[in-house]
Ligand binder design. Structure first.
Ligand code: SER
Length: 316
């Protein structure tokens, strides 16, 4: 069985992706790595401490476990990146370049690397932002994602590295918490609603952003990684879309089930980041190249989270 290694496995996406890959391909075949200690969400299976800026350790682990596929998720997200631009550049770029070079030198089968809607800045079309359009991001995180996409395309073109990527929208799940992102409010809001608290939102009520339920994100990632290479026409990173909503709209979807839920708005520096990003995304290429189709809209996502999050909170 092909061995898989995941970096940033303890993160919001990493935790759920690790659990699903272990479920699909066998616990022993998926090596979870992170700088943080493993959490229960990852399930049974090998875990190794790995700082992705340490290329030698990455190489040693690839050899030790005979890894052929890497999901490289370790990165600083948008809001944290604005607070530490040096670390953001170093971690997001050196980490990716280390993985791409190891993939080239050790002839790895396949790499996944996440890009983001943060590649787009104010020059991009705001609604239904197309795959190809001026990007010109205004955040450090966006700069690292645009540069990263170009490195992926370069390593594919020049060295034949089969690296695949998605421009994730904000990812929303109830099993694990995000950290340091601008779209994190859309996870926190459910926790506050269930606790009976008023939610203080750091974005304006009408600030629309592209979002996606975690199970759709995991599905999109695994589908892309299983597509035959010749079907992939985008070697920077694919636009993928699912839902687009404002804080006011997600609050209303919660109020339909918890009528007493209250929200107030106290926008901070993250509003500026959100304002620079698209409202919604056109993902025609993903839909036609590998049949991408999300399963969750806002109503269905809210219903699923409000039903399942209480059990997760109880266990914690
Ligand atoms: N969800 C991420 C963030 O807010 C964007 O990729 O930083």
């Amino acid at each position: 069985m092909t061995k898989i290694l995941i970096t940033g496995a303890c993160g919001q996406l990493g935790s759920e992706l690790t659990a699903e890959l272990r479920n699909l391909y066998g616990s022993g075949n998926v090596v979870a790595t992170d700088i943080s200690a493993p959490n229960a969400q990852l399930g049974e299976g090998p875990f190794e401490h790995l700082d992705v800026m340490d290329k030698e350790r990455l190489e040693r682990l690839i050899d030790q476990y005979d890894v052929k596929i890497v999901y490289h998720l370790a990165a600083l997200l948008s809001a944290n990146a604005e607070k530490n631009i040096d670390l953001a550049w170093k971690l997001n770029m050196d980490g990716l370049l280390n993985v791409l070079k190891v993939a080239r030198d050790k002839n790895l089968e396949r790499i996944f690397w996440p890009s983001s809607i943060a590649v787009f800045g104010p020059d991009a079309q705001k609604k239904r932002t197309p795959q190809t359009t001026p990007t010109n991001p205004t955040t450090v995180y966006g700069i690292t994602k645009v540069a990263g996409e170009q490195w992926c395309a370069y390593f594919h073109r020049k060295f034949g590295v089969d690296v695949r990527s998605l421009r994730y929208p904000g990812l929303i799940g109830y099993k694990s918490l995000p950290g340091g992102g601008t779209t994190d409010y859309a996870v926190d809001i459910y926790h506050k609603a269930l606790a009976g608290d008023t939610f203080s939102c750091f974005l304006e009520k009408d600030s629309a952003l592209p979002m996606m339920y975690m199970s759709d994100a995991v599905k999109a990632t695994i589908e892309l990684m299983n597509v035959p290479a010749e079907k992939i026409t985008v070697r920077t990173s694919y636009n993928v879309s699912a839902i687009s909503f404002t804080p006011e709209e997600i609050a209303a979807s919660i109020q339909a089930r918890i009528p007493d839920f209250g929200i107030e708005y106290q926008p901070d520096y993250r509003q500026e980041i959100a304002s620079s990003w698209p409202d919604s995304i056109d993902d025609t290429e993903a839909r036609s190249d590998w049949n991408w189709k999300p399963a969750f809209d806002l109503k269905k996502m809210t219903a699923d989270i409000l039903e399942n999050l209480p059990q997760v909170i109880e266990k914690a």
